[in-house]
Write a protein that binds this ligand. Structure first.
Ligand SMILES: Nc1ncnc2c1ncn2[C@@H]1O[C@H](COP(=O)(O)OP(=O)(O)O)[C@@H](O)[C@H]1O
Ligand SMILES: [Mg+2]
Length: 332
């Protein structure tokens, strides 16, 4: 299952993604954590110290390797140079699983165990820090391109997760990355600024049938909750309160997930149940059609010019991405 956490900077995307990832790890559910946020803090939120976080390889720097591996023997993709971030898989392409080993994970992922020996492993991958140039609509150099390529080649099933901490921005709308998720959790504080992102995101989500739920954060009482409900209506799924547990983490005094406040643990259960329920609504055919739709759009607007090739020829009309056999839980 592919899950995104989006929202305004400071709303708590990284905090709630890391809590959700820990929650999955505590249950030994296979999970890949991807940091695609402008401020790269997911590693730290999952327990990496500064030096370890600094040593993380960036997906952006591994783009040539990623392209070469995923391209495989797909005859429609002549070279890694003509592979753009929206290039869809086809016959001959290599697919990624959530579990298992491959050159992409060897180059980009590091294994953490945020819940210690009581939990399972988490694979962490990071886009690398964003620069000014990444924040515009400069499609070719976008840092999230590597993430998008991996998502487009991911054959994931139930009870295995890829959780992406990402910025809600023009880049993910233009490339179509926002349509790649089974569930998008939009994190919102109970303030006008906090809910403003929802208005824009909801338009895009509706146009493409993207499942979207609002998760309140730093909610301090009934008044906050009522405000969120008034502003976002039925999209409000659940809410997290102001958390001493999160504060303690920030102070460098880590606690186990079992010590998280009860209402916040309940909210995590709601997120997982919602993510699980999204499985029934999966439609690989539609998923593939959207991938192709955005690829053709990007090819026409900049990709063909950039590569000097007709990138519409990369589309394999008979190919539909699908699931691999159900995963086994991690051994205790
Ligand atoms: N529920 C919460 N309780 C207490 N502090 C929180 C909570 N959620 C987020 N924070 C704090 O708010 C700040 C911003 O959160 P962060 O997750 O980094 O936001 P984002 O990733 O959206 O920019 C951090 O200092 C974080 O510790
Ligand atoms: Mg963040």
């Amino acid at each position: 299952m592919k899950i995104a956490f989006v929202g305004k900077g400071g709303s708590g995307k990284t905090t709630l993604s890391s809590l959700f990832i820990r929650h999955l790890a505590a249950r030994r559910t296979p999970v890949i954590a991807v940091d695609a946020d402008i401020n790269q803090h997911l590693g730290a939120a999952l327990g990496l110290d500064e030096a370890e976080a600094a040593r993380m390889p960036s997906m952006g720097a591994q783009l040539p390797l990623i392209k070469d591996y995923l391209r495989g023997t797909n005859p429609r993709i002549a070279s890694a140079e003509t592979m753009i971030k929206t290039t869809p898989p086809g016959e001959g392409s290599r697919l990624l699983g959530v579990t298992g080993d491959n050159p992409v994970y060897r180059a980009c992922a590091r294994t953490l165990r945020p819940e210690g020996d009581v939990g399972g492993d988490v694979r962490l991958m990071v886009t690398g820090p964003f620069t000014e140039a990444d924040l515009g609509v400069a499609c070719y150099h976008s840092k999230t391109g590597a993430v998008e390529l991996c998502l487009n080649h991911l054959a994931d099933g139930r009870d295995e997760f890829v959780v992406v901490d990402m910025t809600a921005g023009s880049d993910s709308f233009a490339s179509g990355m926002f349509t790649r998720f089974d569930m998008t959790f939009l994190v919102a504080e109970p303030t006008r600024k906090g809910v403003s992102v929802h208005r824009q995101y909801k338009e895009y989500a509706r146009d493409f049938g993207v499942p979207l739920s609002v998760v309140g954060n730093k909610v301090q009482g009934p008044d906050d909750l009522e405000f969120l409900r008034d502003e976002v209506g039925d999209d409000l799924l659940t809410a997290f309160g102001q958390s001493d547990w999160v504060r303690a983490m920030e102070k460098g005094r880590p606690r186990t997930l079992a010590e998280l406040e009860e209402p916040n643990r309940c909210a995590l259960d709601v997120l997982r149940e919602t993510a699980d329920a999204a499985y029934e609504r999966r439609d690989w055919q539609r998923y593939m059609e959207q991938m192709v739709h955005f690829h053709l759009r990007n090819a026409e607007s900049w990709g063909n010019d950039k590569t000097g090739a007709d990138l519409s020829e990369q589309v394999d009309p008979g190919f539909v991405l699908g699931e691999r056999p159900a995963p086994q839980p991690q051994p205790a």
